[in-house]
Design a protein around this ligand. Structure first.
Ligand code: IMP
Ligand code: MG
Length: 188
């Protein structure tokens, strides 16, 4: 997609390019391959935001992994978290005794992941690690949340693209960009 395409016009700037993303995703795949040597981890995709990151990441991991999918709600159409986490679609398979890697698009306050981690531990996972494409550490509320793998630390700005949305739009942008505040201010 050309950067002068229509949906690119709603961006203030590009933050991470598709080539930078591909490089980091490849590195993360190699790291996970090493860290889980001899194991068969379950990679859990948190829908919908992590779907594109997930599909690229699992193809960079050289292990007999399995996949599962979960959907949770935290944001609605707003750019601020509601603090309420609801499971909209649960995992299909049991994770008892499994090594689970939760794959998430972005860690913001950390409320979503901290809830998810304790829920999956409660179900008897042997281990749980978190892999996030983006981390906005400046906005963290859950201070003790450990994010095991992060591709990019980003500043406190609302970003879209490569799976991340605003009101369900922009997920198909190949790069990650800062959304122009004018776009969401008119909805507030
Ligand atoms: P947390 O519970 O505050 O950490 O929220 C994490 C979720 O909020 C992510 O999975 C995203 O769905 C959403 N989110 C947080 N920041 C952004 C952003 O900059 N762009 C798009 N979605 C975001
Ligand atoms: Mg999400």
């Amino acid at each position: 997609m050309e950067q002068n395409a229509k949906i690119y016009q709603d961006l203030e700037r590009i933050l991470v390019t598709k080539d930078e993303i591909a490089g980091k995703v490849r590195e993360l795949g190699e790291t996970i391959t090493r860290d889980y040597a001899g194991k068969k981890p379950v990679l859990v995709c948190i829908l919908k935001g992590a779907a594109i990151f997930f599909s690229d990441l699992i193809r960079e991991i050289d292990l007999p992994l399995t996949t599962d999918f979960m959907a949770i709600s935290s944001y609605g159409n707003a750019t601020k978290t509601s603090g309420v986490v609801r499971v909209l679609k649960d995992l299909d398979n049991d994770i008892l005794g499994k090594d689970v890697i939760i794959v998430e698009d972005i860690v913001d306050t950390g409320v979503t992941l901290s809830y998810l981690r304790s829920m999956l531990l409660h179900r008897g996972a042997a281990s749980i690690r978190i892999a996030a494409l983006l981390d906005k550490t400046a906005r963290r509320k859950v201070k003790d949340l450990v994010v095991d793998y992060v591709c990019f630390d980003i500043p406190d700005a609302f970003v879209v693209g490569y799976g991340l949305d605003y009101a369900q739009v922009y997920r198909n942008l190949p790069d990650i960009g800062v959304l122009s505040p004018a776009i969401y201010e008119k909805d507030e």
